[in-house]
Design a protein around this ligand. Structure first.
Ligand code: GH3
Ligand code: MG
Ligand code: MG
Ligand code: MG
Length: 310
């Protein structure tokens, strides 16, 4: 174990919280409780959100739950070698760009090199100057957050894009298998949207899509996952909600949306949407869940549109 003097380390902290920085999440994987706690306190004081695990075998589940922007990884741990753990994380395409920072007292250059080769972004030798650590973590995390925003957001609406939605769905399905918490997937599709474009033009169509996206953002809880799934199609994961509960929520939104008055070229018009729902309980694979929601959406269209089916 390392000679870490918590009081000394923390009282020498130069950095403070910066309000202009987006909150970044850092996962520390270290079997040494004191080391991990001291670094976590220092990072938290500087405005980062930190989670610690002492058992690297929990790494994958914790990454799925906590979705860190950066991982700080010890190498010497009784349960597993940090380099192997990092390699396993890298195998998942969702985490190929997740920065992994090794923090270890290993001095052998060949092991340090190996650690970088398998996809570690940094190797910092323990004991580390905590001010240096905070600076490095901040820099890496800020860039990771920026990159993530560009990669996961849809340009027109700012909602999650298709790829990001699929990743979140995979994560939530895995999580629900562990926690037994059920959720609902909703697919929403604007009705007769082609005729909106044909009548008022593509730009007006875009404005309708943006207005609808804003309504969605303001209507769901922060924990729900809202995405632009395709052109005028949206996908939502309602966490801890059954299809019955979700139907009530979405019917309220349906009713709010049909009352919004759009206007273009001195003409006023209204737009509606149809929705299909599927529950995670009855559909344990992504394909089954999405196809059940899609079938329900098709049913809603067949039933005359502007309605919710499951
Ligand atoms: P339905 O009620 O059966 O869904 O009819 P629909 O006309 O909405 O169905 P369809 O899927 O055939 O047409 C969707 C249209 O949405 C076609 C496409 O031109 C338009 N669209 C897709 N993406 C965008 C976009 O980003 N902006 C605009 N303005 N229109 C889009
Ligand atoms: Mg260790
Ligand atoms: Mg449509
Ligand atoms: Mg469509």
């Amino acid at each position: 174990s390392l000679p870490v003097n918590a009081v000394e380390v923390l009282s020498n902290l130069e950095e403070t919280r910066k309000s202009d920085m987006p909150e970044a999440r850092v996962l520390i994987i270290d079997d040494d409780e004191l080391t991990a706690t001291v670094y976590a306190l220092a990072l938290e004081k500087c405005g980062l959100r930190v989670e610690i695990i002492h058992d690297p075998l929990q790494a994958e589940a914790t990454i799925e739950d906590f979705r860190p922007d950066l991982v700080i990884m010890d190498i010497d741990m009784p349960q597993a070698n940090g380099i192997d753990v990092a390699q396993a994380i890298r195998l998942d395409p969702a985490y190929t760009s997740l920065p992994i920072m090794f923090l270890s007292s290993i001095y052998q250059k060949d092991i340090q090199e190996l650690a970088r080769e398998i996809g570690g972004d940094d190797f910092i030798k323990k004991p580390v100057d905590v001010n240096y650590l905070v600076k490095m973590v901040r820099m890496r995390a800020a860039r990771a957050v920026e990159l993530r925003q560009i990669m996961v957001r849809d340009g027109l609406t700012g909602l999650l894009n298709h790829v990001a939605f699929k990743e979140r769905l995979t994560g939530e399905l895995n999580r629900s298998k562990r926690t037994m918490a059920a959720f609902t997937v909703a697919l929403l599709d604007l009705d007769h949207f082609k005729s909106i474009n044909d009548t008022y033009g593509h730009q007006v169509g875009d404005t309708v899509i943006q207005t609808f996206a804003t309504l969605l953002k303001n209507s769901f809880r922060n924990i729900d996952i809202i995405a632009r799934y395709g052109g005028e199609e949206f996908a939502i994961i309602l966490l801890d909600a059954t299809p019955d509960q979700s139907e009530k929520t979405i019917n309220r939104i349906r009713s709010a949306f049909e009352h919004i008055e759009f206007s273009a070229t001195n003409r006023k018009f209204h737009v509606t949407f149809s929705c299909g729902l599927a529950g995670s309980n009855a559909n344990t694979s992504e394909e089954a869940l999405l196809s059940a929601a899609d079938i329900a959406l098709y049913q809603a269209k067949a039933n005359g549109r502007n309605c919710v089916c499951m």
